[in-house]
Design a protein around this ligand. Structure first.
Ligand code: HEM
Length: 117
């Protein structure tokens, strides 16, 4: 089971790379907006995050402490907002600078929460 947990953690980082990479790659573009990498990255973070919590809650890891549900809850709310914004923006014509910037800022917020909390 530890292998499965670690595999999902790897996918959690792949989702982060896709979401943040899709944001950063448009930094100099005049047509900033929501690209498929951002939408798919957001969905990946949502799914892998929920699976990770499910695995932690089912005590599959021997030495893991219980997850901090306040932290997890806030990350979940943030990712739901990111996913909703990415879904709304996915077919809107560029530029969508406001959507692009908000998704990028919320993604960085979740990284900071994940690492510092
Ligand atoms: C944009 C959304 C998200 C980002 C950028 C993100 C980022 C991260 C990062 C950087 C880590 C590694 C931190 C560390 O281990 O010190 C992490 C771990 C984790 N995340 Fe997320 N996350 C997101 C969404 C979520 C969601 C929605 C959930 C749950 C509902 C979640 C649950 C977890 C869990 C349980 C871990 C611990 C993995 C471990 O270290 O064993 N994440 N996340």
């Amino acid at each position: 089971m530890e292998f499965l947990y670690n595999l999902i953690v790897v996918l959690h980082f792949v989702g982060l790379a896709s979401l943040l990479g899709g944001f950063i790659v448009q930094m100099k573009s005049p047509d900033k907006g929501v690209n498929p990498a951002m939408l798919h990255g957001a969905l990946t973070q949502l799914v892998t995050g929920v699976v990770l919590v499910g695995l932690l809650e089912s005590d599959v890891l021997d030495d893991e402490e219980a997850p901090n549900m306040t932290k997890i809850g806030i990350k979940l709310i943030v990712v739901l907002i990111i996913t909703a914004l990415a879904w709304i923006g996915r077919k809107k014509p560029a530029p969508q600078v406001g959507l692009w910037a908000t998704i990028g800022a919320l993604t960085l917020l979740n990284v900071v929460i994940a690492v510092f909390w």
